[in-house]
Design a binder for this molecule. Structure first.
Ligand code: PAF
Length: 278
């Protein structure tokens, strides 16, 4: 496995690489990332994993500075998965100018759901993913469904900007108690970690209610918020949306997704569950 730090070297390697599957990450890899890598391996001759903590997608006061940077441990994990290349550029390599001059601006969806609470986040994601797509030029790229809104935005930009890349959504990896795997879980203290699986339980409760024929979306959302708040969470949102587009759900919609973001102490967790009423 090679660790490549520059765009030029990556492009050189890419010339002879055949079919490539790509997994973009910010490092600090856990089983959820490795599941993306295993999915990628099934689909191409070579897998490239990028590790880059992207300043552009962090807002003021967010955890950019303390985001764990663990390149050596990450590389050790990836070597065991048969990855061909780890692309780990430094900041100057991807952002040589003081300010990124050209950005990829997603549509209004970027200001909804998580975007309401993280202004500029999805613009930062769309910009770095577009740059990485241009550099790696993969045939396939794998993204986790845990970041459901990110996945929708990346599908949209791939289509609208004509990237010739198949986007493969991968199911959320979970701990045995249901908590969605995330690098941010390590910020939770012991009490918070014990409480954290409630988020998924609450989403499952809504999914069961929907499947049982209760389509009072607003009531289901507010009951979920109340349950979380009563257990000490600060809730950003719990929303039922159309799965394909993330538009507001209407009565009669069959393919839904229930999404939530909420904070336990200082740690913001997100999760979602797809609900198929067909
Ligand atoms: O999901 C992530 O880890 C990041 O948002 C991504 C896609 C690697 C872009 O920085």
């Amino acid at each position: 496995m090679q660790i490549i730090h520059t765009v030029q070297e990556l492009r050189q390697w890419r010339k002879n690489a055949g079919r490539v599957a790509f997994v973009p990450t910010m490092g600090n890899l856990h089983e959820g990332h490795l599941a993306l890598v295993r999915e990628a391996k099934k689909r191409a001759d070579h897998v490239v994993v990028s590790i880059f903590v992207n300043r552009l997608q962090f807002g003021q006061g967010e955890d950019f500075d303390r985001y764990p940077r663990t390149l050596q441990q990450d590389a050790d994990k990836l070597a065991g998965e048969g990855v061909a290349v780890v692309f780990a550029p430094d900041e100057k390599e991807l952002y040589p100018h003081v300010e990124q001059r050209y950005n990829v601006e997603p549509p209004h969806l970027q200001n909804e759901l998580c975007g309401r609470f993280r202004p500029g986040h999805f613009r930062g994601v769309a910009t770095v993913v577009s740059k990485l797509f241009n550099i790696v030029a993969p045939d396939v790229a794998c993204f986790g469904k845990k970041d459901y809104q990110q996945l929708a935005i990346i599908k949209g930009l791939t289509e609208d900007l004509n990237f010739n890349i198949e986007i493969v959504p991968v199911d959320t990896g979970r701990a045995s108690d249901g908590l969605a795997l995330s690098s941010r879980n390590q910020y939770l203290n012991e009490t918070e970690r014990a409480e954290a699986p409630r988020l998924y339980r609450v989403l499952n409760g809504i999914a069961d209610a929907l499947k049982g024929g209760n389509l009072a979306y607003a009531d289901l959302e507010s009951a979920a918020v109340r349950e979380l708040e009563a257990a000490g969470w600060t809730v950003d949102y719990v929303e039922i949306r159309r799965a394909a587009s993330l538009e507001t759900a209407h009565a009669g919609d069959k393919q839904l997704v229930v999404l939530a973001a909420a904070r336990l102490g200082q740690t913001r967790l997100i999760d979602n569950i797809e609900v198929d009423l067909l």
